[in-house]
Design a protein around this ligand. Structure first.
Ligand code: TRP
Length: 476
């Protein structure tokens, strides 16, 4: 058994109750809290709504049986996603600390803080390559104009040339990180909240404009049919796993991003309904993205694909065929940039909160220094398409960016989410967790059903995601 004082009800708020020495953290300074409910919900939805919603979810839906997949995805969000969002919010608010601090507070003198440390490390790695892809999006805000107005241009070539040139992607990556650092350095309310309140509504409007353009093209129906026609014959065991893994990834779970945002909640804020709104917004944007993409892709006679190829090669080709395509292309890449930026700030906030709470750094210093280090750690991922093109880890057969992506998303995130569910279910205790979740409730409360999910259903589901993910990478 782990040497844990597990039923600790009193929650650490300021002075160190068990080490006797002065706390090495900012907890005795006043912790910032969200100024408004909408600020918290939009910031957290901003973390969740990212590249995964725009280029992964629609594609998976089209591949895995349309409306049949959507149905399964909704069940995955309810059984796995929602319970874990609630869990991270509750853990963060209970401890009022960064992910490492959460476990130090709730399970002092135990190795559980390592789960938080894994989360902080994962945030660090994800941001290092997320910034590379986000940089491509920023570059494409103007490159797409060139690509759509020059007749007969080879779109695959344009993209290949961009990512394999050495300096250009590095400059855009740096610019993206400077924006991220700037927002985080300004603080929770003046940075994260203020910018989420601006960027998220802009994102919704851009998405709606693109949808209207897409579904009004002649021949849009074919794309809608591809996206939505339910085909249960395409649903297999793997479909279920794909839906679970996507729900988990899309909600930014497993690394303490939602936990860190939750640590800026107050006891009078409500968790169950806010978590519901975040899940709803994230799922809504994912569903809507399909309406922006497929009708246009099919109407203009293209084949859908997923990932960077879809965004940076297929879509520019689609925009090139479309009336006013350059204009809509610019809107699309601004949308992609915003989706990436609001996710990136939550990633940098995890690392920043850790340095502030555990190492007593100032917010500005933490944001700037970590931004720089993350930039440097991301350089191999950028250079993996140019200078380091021929390098790949033995046995993995992936370029460097995909390698960063694979370790974080297939291993670190699910392991983190698994441990967080076990922690709440068996160490902190479902009883304390439920009490924490329901504090400040005005709309609805959660109860034993949630505890059953966290204790039994969630760990089993994540276990399968991890095992099958590893099997698929190495043995298939
Ligand atoms: N949810 C993001 C997306 O859909 C990606 C993501 C995964 C993420 N884990 C995260 C973003 C943690 C921020 C923090 O693209």
């Amino acid at each position: 058994a782990l040497p844990i004082c597990s039923r600790r009800q009193n929650v650490f708020r300021g002075k160190s109750a068990w080490t006797g020495k002065k706390p090495m953290n900012n907890a005795n300074k006043k912790r910032e809290h969200w100024a408004t409910r909408a600020g918290f919900v939009l910031a957290t939805a901003g973390s969740a709504v990212g590249l995964g919603n725009i280029w992964r979810f629609p594609y998976m839906t089209g591949e895995h049986g349309g409306a049949a997949f959507i149905l399964i995805y909704l069940v995955a969000v309810l059984l796995l996603g929602y319970p874990l969002v609630v869990n991270e919010m509750a853990l963060g608010r209970a401890a009022q600390r960064d992910p490492v601090g959460v476990f130090k507070v709730l399970a002092p003198n135990s190795p559980w803080w390592l789960v938080g440390a894994l989360g902080v490390f994962t945030g660090f790695i994800i941001l290092s390559y997320y910034a590379v892809v986000a940089g491509w999006s920023l570059a494409y805000v103007y490159k797409v104009v060139v690509a759509t107005v020059v007749p007969g241009i080879d779109h695959a070539r344009v993209f290949q040339d961009h990512i394999s040139s050495v300096w250009e992607p590095i400059l855009w990556q740096a610019l993206f990180l400077i924006l991220t650092v700037g927002i985080i350095a300004a603080g929770v309310v003046k940075g994260i909240q203020r910018w989420s309140m601006v960027l998220m509504p802009v994102l919704f409007v851009l998405l709606l404009v693109l949808i209207v353009r897409s579904v009004t093209l002649p021949g849009a129906g074919e794309g809608l049919a591809y996206y939505l026609r339910p085909d249960f014959s395409k649903v297999t065991g793997r479909t279920l796993l794909a839906a679970l893994a996507q729900a988990f990834f899309s909600l930014s779970l497993g690394m303490g991003a939602i936990m860190t945002y939750g640590s800026y909640l107050d006891d009078k804020d409500e968790i169950p309904s806010n978590a519901m709104m975040v899940g709803g917004l994230d799922t809504g944007v994912a569903l809507l993205a399909g309406f922006a993409l497929f009708p246009a892709i099919f109407a203009l006679g293209f084949e859908p694909g997923a990932g960077p190829g879809l965004a940076f090669i297929t879509l520019p080709a689609v925009f090139a065929q479309m009336p006013l395509g350059a204009f809509f292309g610019v809107l699309f890449f601004i949308l992609l940039g915003i989706a990436a930026l609001t996710s990136a700030i939550s990633l940098l906030e995890v690392v920043t909160a850790w340095l502030m709470d555990e190492k007593d750094w100032s917010r500005k210093r933490a944001a700037v220094v970590m931004g720089l280090v993350i930039f440097i750690v991301g350089l191999p991922a950028t250079l993996g398409y140019s200078v380091l093109k021929d390098f790949s880890f033995p046995g993995l057969n992936k370029d460097l960016l995909d390698t960063y992506d694979w370790v974080s998303n297939s291993i670190f995130l699910p392991v983190g989410g698994f441990m967080m569910a076990i922690f709440t279910g068996y160490v902190w205790g479902a009883k304390h967790a439920i009490a924490e979740v329901n504090k400040g409730h005005k709309r609805f409360m959660i109860g034993q059903g949630w505890a059953l999910l966290i204790r039994y259903v969630v760990p089993v589901l994540i276990f399968f995601i991890i095992v099958v993910g590893i099997y698929d990478t190495f043995f298939r």
